[in-house]
Design a protein around this ligand. Structure first.
Ligand SMILES: [Zn+2]
Ligand SMILES: [Zn+2]
Length: 511
């Protein structure tokens, strides 16, 4: 054994002894790898392979590797990468892919893998990172470092962070579609020759780009097989955040789950999964968001399980959002608004969101039951364009729904009382007799009607105001009574059609 190889072995042993099996979400050292393998190469290693063994702990669902080495730019040193599972190259659970010198960061998971690698079960045991060295000059030396992260099945879809950097790091309003189907469930569109075929994911992504969206969630029915295609597309679409989701589809209602690729048992039949509350228990540790879809669609043979008929009723405190607009359902009896406002009246605070429920990415117009991508659009105020930031923005209720998916309409609301401020989704304390000042900013809705609603009833003072200009600002004052209220704003057209739906500011909430 050479000195260099002894050093590698010692470092490997130290790394294995020192590191915990998993980095937990929220840990200060969340970015830190679970394992670091490093070593040295010189001219004698030219055109050889070196295997770097490492132990994968039980419960691992994703392995992520970031690799770097010296001498590439100065000496044309080149190191290729590949991965072997626990059965070696030729075994049943052996070859897991090869990326040559093409990339320094890759991931292999049960659901998805970087191009060049094979997704599938991650069996615990001794894996090997393969280094191929097509070129290192006789007198050259190269130091390499491989950082390795292990993620469990319950890890959120945005971990490890090294794999999912923010697309933009500025706070602002970001526009997206949270409900769409692809070939991975029941979406279809015309093929090259005009046959209806399962509609590939890239068409949905391209449609979202054409619609000017910042993020989309792919929510195929009960599956996350789309995560593999998303893994390939995300680096190319570096201005459109792709969020893996699924539409949990049961006999007693549908709900979107965003930000997790963990398996979720949807078989609510009283036996496999007892009821919706048991399902909510199962998803609670996933750090994902769950949103009840189209709650007032009728249930029956036309759309089986589509209506929300969960029995017993679900604990709404564990539901983070409600789809108040599904495609073109505003103005129809099946709009989700009454379901949402009933939850508000009970003191719950689910965020109102919208989703196109698109099933054909090539649609360029919408009608009831067949909506184009981005209609409606959910607009989220987030700290960054990243999965955790967008989902945190939705969780916080910093959201309005742009019913037509206009691309530029804006609805902002701020209230202040006693020196404290609250935006949509926030809470504000206002005791009896305390003055509350409210400021609304509505853009690109000139001539439309701004409605102020307190507990869904018109705020007495100027409940319906016509907005002057494309950058309208309206002020209201209201006097607190120490009671619980919710205050929200809508923008409607002259015929009463909904254009923008704001989430509430919660005054003196109890929960
Ligand atoms: Zn549905
Ligand atoms: Zn759907």
């Amino acid at each position: 054994m050479t000195l260099a190889r002894m050093r590698i072995a010692a470092l490997l042993l130290l790394a294995l002894l020192a590191l915990p099996a998993f980095a937990r979400a929220g840990d200060a050292g969340r970015e830190a790898p679970n394992l670091v393998l490093q070593g040295d190469l010189d001219g004698k290693d030219n055109q050889t392979f070196r295997m770097l063994p490492f132990d994968v702990p039980a419960g691992t669902a994703r392995i992520t590797v970031q690799f770097d080495y010296s001498g590439h730019d100065s000496d044309h040193t080149t190191i290729d990468l590949g991965m072997l599972g626990p059965d070696g190259f030729h075994g049943q659970d052996g070859f897991r892919g090869w990326s040559g010198g093409a990339r320094k960061l890759f991931t292999i998971a049960t659901t998805d893998a970087s191009p060049g690698y094979l997704p599938g079960t991650i069996r615990p045991g001794r894996w090997q990172l393969m280094l191929g060295i097509p070129n290192i000059r006789a007198g050259s030396h190269s130091h390499y470092v491989a950082k390795i992260w292990f993620s469990g099945a319950d890890a959120p879809a945005w971990e490890p962070a090294v794999l999912n950097p923010p697309l933009r790091s500025v706070a602002g309003w970001y526009r997206g579609d949270l409900h769409m189907h692809t070939a991975h469930s029941d979406a279809s569109c015309p093929s090259q020759s005009g046959k209806r075929v399962p509609c590939p994911l890239f068409l949905t992504v391209e449609a979202a780009v054409r619609r000017g969206l910042d993020f989309i969630a792919i929510t195929d029915h009960n599956t996350v097989s789309h995560a593999e295609a998303m893994r390939e597309l995300q680096p190319y679409f570096d201005r459109l955040l792709l969020i893996p989701g699924r539409e949990v589809t049961t006999f007693s209602g549908h709900a979107n789950l965003w930000g997790s690729t963990a398996p979720v048992d949807f078989r609510i039949d009283g036996t496999q999964v007892k009821d919706w509350n048991a399902l909510l228990d199962a998803v609670a540790p996933l750090h994902a968001l769950i949103s009840i879809n189209h709650p007032r669609l009728p249930d029956g043979e036309i759309c089986m399980g589509c209506g929300w008929i969960a029995k017993p009723p679900v604990d709404m405190a564990r539901v983070q959002a409600v789809e108040v607009v599904n495609g073109e359902d505003t103005g129809t009896p099946v709009t989700g608004l009454p379901f949402w406002t009933a939850a508000l009246a009970e003191g719950f605070r689910p965020t109102a969101v919208g989703g196109s429920d698109n099933h054909d990415a090539t649609l360029t117009a919408s009608k009831f039951g067949a909506s184009m991508v981005g209609r409606p659009t959910t607009v989220v105020h987030a700290d960054a364009l990243s999965m955790p930031a967008i989902l945190d923005g939705i969780r916080a209720g910093h959201v309005f729904v742009d019913v037509a998916g206009s691309g530029d309409r804006l609805l902002e609301c701020n209230a202040q009382s006693g020196g404290r401020h609250a935006a949509m989704g926030d809470t504000l304390q206002a005791s009896a007799g305390q003055r509350v000042d409210i400021h609304v900013h509505a853009a690109h809705v000139a001539g439309m009607h701004l409605l102020a609603l307190l507990d869904e009833k018109p705020l007495p003072q100027g409940a319906d105001r016509v907005l002057a200009g494309d950058d309208a600002r309206e002020d209201y004052t209201w006097t607190g009574d120490g009671q619980r209220h919710w205050l929200r704003f809508e923008v409607r057209d002259a015929q009463g059609g909904l254009l923008l739906i704001g989430n509430p500011i919660y005054i003196n909430p109890r929960r």
